[in-house]
Ligand binder design. Sequence first.
Ligand SMILES: Nc1ncnc2c1ncn2[C@@H]1O[C@H](COP(=O)(O)OP(=O)(O)OP(=O)(O)O)[C@@H](O)[C@H]1O
Length: 244
Amino acid sequence: MSAPAVTAAPWVRLHDVGLRLGSVQVLDGVNLTLQAGERVALIGANGSGKSSLLRVLHGLLPPTAGQVVRDTGLREAMLFQRPYLLRASAQHNVALGLWLRGMRWQQARQTALAALHRVELQSVAHRNARTLSGGQQQRLALARAWALRPDVLLLDEPTASLDPHAKREVEALMADFAQGHGQAGPQQPMTMVFASHNLGQVKRLASRVLYLERGRVLADRPVHDFFQGPLPEAAQLFLKGELS
Ligand SMILES: Nc1ncnc2c1ncn2[C@@H]1O[C@H](COP(=O)(O)OP(=O)(O)OP(=O)(O)O)[C@@H](O)[C@H]1O
């Protein structure tokens, strides 16, 4: 992908952020500035803290130490590992999110239909969302997020449980959104932060890579530098394991 139009404005800053849940130190001493327009991949072993960091970035989990400072003028949406869908039509699932944010129902239904077109799900707009395939459900979740016109999209392993074809479809939509073909318009590429175990996907989509281990950010590099190394030994070993 071509270089993103990174603006100078930070979307969010984390100052020495820690997160303790019960007896587990989930995040530890995280210092991070993410700029609008970046495409950031979070990688690391299971349990390294990727999902938790996404939740802290999105403001769903307050940190138990440190500070999060965000640009509240930017609209955010988040996609979870398994989308939560109501037992209602695909169109209804998208429209409801818009209605809850104050849009009139008729307009919400129309906007929802346009969003379903965007992800090529118009033919199943009236199907019960729970009967859709995994790939279709993930695209529906993307439509639901896209309909909200987010400036920032956070995604937690969005293609983890999908077959290769569905994976490619979801990835193509992510790439499209990141390039500025989302609703924010071509002048303003969507800022994207995604957790992934798929290094090919990271290379294809990310502009910057954060490697997490036991709640700490051990490496934070532009994507090209990350894969060219040199990296801290732990990150190097992780990459070797993932690529073997
Ligand atoms: N509510 C909770 N209470 C206690 N510990 C938690 C809670 N949520 C997460 N954890 C722990 O925090 C650590 C980080 O979890 P997290 O889900 O953020 O990791 P992850 O890198 O996203 O993992 P995966 O790749 O498996 O999705 C894990 O040890 C997990 O068990």
